[in-house]
Design a protein around this ligand. Structure first.
Ligand code: SAM
Length: 201
C-alpha cells in the first residue's frame, strides 16, 4: 500500500500544474530528438502524465510507466504499458531502455541512490535521461522539503550539482538547467560504461 494510491484522481486532474511551461517544452524537445520507436521508461511515472505528453508528439515511442503505486498506475492511459515496480529494484533487464524520464519522482524514492544505480543499469549505452526536480536550497525548495517530510515522504531532494555527480559515478554524463528552485537535468549514459554500474558507498 502506497500513500499515493488514493491520489491518482488528484494527479490525473492537477498533476500538470507542477510543470511550468518551460519544463514541459523541454520534455517535448527531448522526446522529439529520440530515435524512431525508442523504448522509454517513465520512472516514478504515476498516472503516466509525462508518458502521455511524449506520446502526443511521438506516437511511435514504446512507453513504459513504472511506479510503486497501483492507484496511480490504474490511471495510466490505454496503450501505455504500466508496470508495478520499486525504483530501487527494477524488474527490467540491463540496457532495456533507450531513454528514461523522471518527473518530480526521485525525491520520493526511499533509497534514491539505489534507484540511480538501477536507472543506470536499465539505460542502454548512449541512452538519454530527462529529469525534473527541485533544489532543496532556495526558499521554495526548503518549503517543499518541510511539507513533504511532514506528510511522511523521504523528501530526498538533490541539489542539481550533487545529482550530476551521483549520475557521473554511475556512467551517466549530465548537465542541469536550473530555474529558481526547479531544475531540468539532461543526461546520456556513456557508451563505454559497464552494464550494472553501482559505486561502492
Ligand atoms: C509526485 S508523484 C509524480 C508522478 C509523475 N511523475 C508525475 O509527474 O505526475 C511521485 C511518484 O513516485 C512514486 N514512487 C514513490 N516511491 C517510489 C519508489 N520507491 N519506486 C517507484 N515509484 C515510487 C509514487 O507512487 C508517485 O506516483
Amino acid at each position: 500500500m502506497s500513500r499515493f494510491d488514493r491520489l491518482g484522481r488528484l494527479f490525473e486532474r492537477h498533476g500538470h500544474r507542477v510543470y511550468p511551461g518551460w519544463a514541459r517544452a523541454s520534455l517535448l524537445t527531448f522526446a522529439g530528438r529520440l530515435p524512431p520507436r525508442a523504448r522509454v521508461l517513465d520512472l516514478g511515472g504515476g498516472t503516466g502524465l509525462l508518458a502521455g505528453w511524449m506520446r502526443a508528439v511521438r506516437p511511435d515511442l514504446e512507453l513504459v510507466v513504472a511506479d510503486a503505486s497501483r492507484g496511480m498506475l490504474a490511471r495510466v492511459p490505454e496503450g501505455i504499458q504500466a508496470v508495478y515496480a520499486r525504483a530501487e529494484a527494477l524488474p527490467f533487464p540491463d540496457a532495456a531502455f533507450d531513454a528514461a524520464v523522471l518527473g518530480e519522482a526521485l525525491h520520493h524514492f526511499a533509497d534514491p541512490e539505489a534507484a540511480l544505480s538501477q536507472l543506470a543499469r536499465v539505460l542502454a549505452p548512449g541512452g538519454r535521461l530527462w529529469l525534473y526536480d527541485f533544489d532543496p536550497r532556495p526558499l521554495g525548495g526548503r518549503l517543499l522539503r518541510v511539507l513533504e517530510r511532514l506528510w511522511g515522504e523521504p523528501g530526498a531532494f538533490y541539489p542539481p550539482e550533487a545529482l550530476v555527480q551521483s549520475l557521473a559515478e554511475r556512467g551517466i554524463e549530465a548537465r542541469a538547467e536550473p530555474r529558481g528552485f526547479r531544475y531540468v537535468l539532461l543526461g546520456e549514459r556513456k557508451e563505454n560504461a559497464s552494464g550494472s554500474s553501482s559505486p561502492s558507498r
